[in-house]
Ligand binder design. Sequence first.
Ligand SMILES: Nc1ncnc2c1ncn2[C@@H]1O[C@H](COP(=O)(O)OP(=O)(O)O)[C@@H](O)[C@H]1O
Ligand SMILES: [Mg+2]
Length: 417
Amino acid sequence: MKVLIIGSGGREHAICYALSKSSKVTEIHAIPGNPGIAKLGTCHNASVEDLEYILKFVEEHNIDLTVVGPEVPLCMGLADLLEANGHKVFGPCKAAATLEGSKAFSKDFMKRHNIPTAAYANVDNYEDAVKTLKEFSYPVVIKADGLAAGKGVVICEDEDVAIKTLKEFLIDGALSGAGKTVVLEEFLTGFECSLLCFTDSETIIPMVTAKDHKQIFDGNLGPNTGGMGTISPNPFMPDNMDDVLKNEILDPFMKGLKEDNLDFRGVIFIGLMIENGHAKVLEFNVRFGDPETQVIMLRLKSDIYDIMYATATKSLKDINISWSDEVAGCVVLASKGYPGSYPKGLEIIGLDDVDSDIIVFHAGTKEVDSKIVTNGGRVLNVCTTGNSLEEVRNKIYNAIEKIDFDGKYCRKDIGLR
Ligand SMILES: Nc1ncnc2c1ncn2[C@@H]1O[C@H](COP(=O)(O)OP(=O)(O)O)[C@@H](O)[C@H]1O
Ligand SMILES: [Mg+2]
């Protein structure tokens, strides 16, 4: 089978790694891919937003399954376009992808289907927003409606900050397209975790848990990033949550998809806040998380192609997924300055010096004159599995000593309590 993967990050490299182990997959293509993916398949230089090019590519190369990594092409309707032309896609259609593409839509969906979530109000102009603000206490959460690449949520400690944020979002247009509508939200306490599930709109199958580390510095200090490392399983997820999550979140979610006629075939990533044995949904993402996927794929024992094909063809009910009991870890090597501005084009050395049980996924790299250079804020994901977190941490941090580029930065506390 020939598979096309859309995207260029560590998440997509991890998916390709799993696909490369499949007994069914004979060819892997990526648009645009990265130098790590290029060792497992063929990369084709085009934009993930060039839907017409992707359709033409699928037809010319007789692709059997297209797997979409990032949210932007899904929200643009890539799955709809490919499906309409008779091609199989892992990734939801545009209407279902709006669960991530519009936070206002997503909150209304949760309310309509009794999925527990923070109290909220959607507003689309500054005057109404200021009036509605009076209904909330502080801190209040203000969220831009549309896709904002992680920059659209502000937790406001007091009214001054809230007013200033509303002004920026609704009058100054700080987030351009993402900020025309704003969601005001009750601030939730508890501990945050996420649950990734495969679903084909009929069946939903949770994956093993993973814990992200969002802040740039050790001890969860400093500004938020795309994610500085992950471990799986998530040691903070209470053991007895399965039934609660099924009854209170997953069942109403599936009922909601059905009632609203949303065709969802892919990964639903549910951001949760857990307190006193109950969970509330913070947000939905409609694709694999990055870097959660890196550790989840390392624990997957079943053939990923079977799972993805079954998801795309609505036969997930026939699939059993088995997972390794091992612990998996991933530490992100970032560029100096990230998540602010950072240099690019710095040579990376030592990639071939790591032990064979270390897997290095490429997140932001580029090949120039047969050298691998940095090409993003998050550059590499150094990953492995083992019998304990301690073993995994030791192996990863030893490997990190062997890899180098100017300004290499990582958190030292990934997987520490
Ligand atoms: N209602 C809320 N209460 C407390 N914290 C929140 C709330 N909503 C969001 N957050 C915090 O803000 C972060 C980003 O919000 P989220 O809804 O996940 O948006 P996005 O990932 O699109 O930026 C969350 O991971 C969480 O830490
Ligand atoms: Mg989020």
